[in-house]
Design a protein around this ligand. Structure first.
Ligand SMILES: [Zn+2]
Length: 60
């Protein structure tokens, strides 16, 4: 597991999430810890490190 820090696209807070780095590709919904809005996280990992992270705000 690796911590990934990012800026929330809703409230622009610095927040972070934990990523399971032994999975190559993963997609999950996570709520921002600050504003509680849902974010779609699409994460690529390679050899135990985070390769690419896409964060999409989910329209309500
Ligand atoms: Zn937020």
């Amino acid at each position: 597991m690796k911590e990934h820090a990012f800026n929330c696209p809703y409230c622009y807070s610095d927040v972070s999430t934990w990523v399971e780095t032994d999975q190559f590709k993963q997609q999950f919904i996570e709520n921002c810890v600050e504003c509680r809005n849902p974010l779609e996280m699409i994460i690529d990992c390679m050899y135990g490190s985070i390769n690419n992270v896409m964060i999409n705000p989910i329209a309500q």
